[in-house]
Design a protein around this ligand. Structure first.
Ligand code: PEP
Length: 252
């Protein structure tokens, strides 16, 4: 059985005053029935880890460099994230693929670095609207998945896959439930073909305009094991409602 995961991606949002949202979230969910993760900007990572220490809220980074250390000005290694208190790292988010030209090969190298540092890698895939309109969705996400994951070390404890249609992120637009189910079933099949029985334990998150009002119907889809949430993870009230919907969802 896969333990569900509610993951929040704060992106480039949040100052010191925002730490109270993480503290409030932890206080609201002292014994959650699902895993809870917040990924703040790196500037808040160690302070958030301290603020929620001892609670059921985990913290993670939003990116890492594939190298352990070295001459890479402005970059952060997976080991540094772990040292700051992270247990997870988001990799291959579409905003990084678009803004920084990240390739599947680079994301794979980052994933390997994350696993070597003991972090759980949340690896993102997703099609653009043009790709969906062209009927290329399954081919695109399948290729991203194949290229972004390493051959070794991929288990339910080390990797989470997030399906995030680019056109649904931050737009208020969401695929139909059938479209989400089709992609998640396809990802599960691809993982099983590559990793065998171990793939059954890998959690598949949906991401893209998940809100308190649509979370329950998305979480009722088989092979949706949780969500990667952007805007609605910024406040404890909204994210808490999504967590509650996930807790109430059918078991995987
Ligand atoms: C995201 O940042 O991964 C995301 C899904 O954002 P939003 O929930 O705001 O669409």
């Amino acid at each position: 059985m896969r333990r569900k995961l509610a993951a929040g991606n704060w992106k480039m949002n949040g100052l010191s005053g925002s730490l109270g949202e993480a503290v409030a979230l932890a206080a609201t969910h002292p014994a959650p029935g699902v895993d809870i993760l917040l990924c703040p900007p790196t500037t808040l990572l160690d302070r958030m880890a301290d603020a929620v220490h001892g609670s059921k809220v985990a913290v993670g980074g939003q990116d890492c460099h594939p190298a352990v250390s070295g001459a890479h000005t402005g970059d952060i290694s997976a080991e540094m994230l772990a040292d700051a208190g992270a247990g997870y790292v988001i990799l291959g988010h579409s905003e990084r693929r678009a803004d920084h030209g990240e390739s599947d090969a680079l994301i794979r190298a980052k994933t390997e670095a994350a696993l070597a540092a003991g972090l759980v890698a949340v690896v993102c895939v997703g099609e653009t609207e043009a790709q969906r309109d062209a009927g290329e969705t399954l081919a695109v996400v399948g290729a991203q998945l194949a290229g972004s994951l390493p051959d070794d070390g991929v288990t339910g404890d080390s990797v989470v896959v997030a399906y995030e249609p680019v056109w649904a992120i931050g737009t208020g637009r969401v695929p139909t439930l059938e479209q989400i189910a089709e992609v998640h079933d396809s990802l599960r099949a691809a993982l099983s073909a590559r990793y065998g029985a171990a793939a059954n334990a890998i959690r598949l998150l949906y991401g893209g305009s998940v809100k308190p009002g649509n979370a329950a119907e998305i979480f009722a889809i088989s092979n949706v094991d949780g969500a990667l949430v952007g805007g609605a993870s910024l406040t404890a009230a909204d994210f808490s409602a999504i967590i509650a919907a996930l807790e109430a969802a059918p078991a995987a």
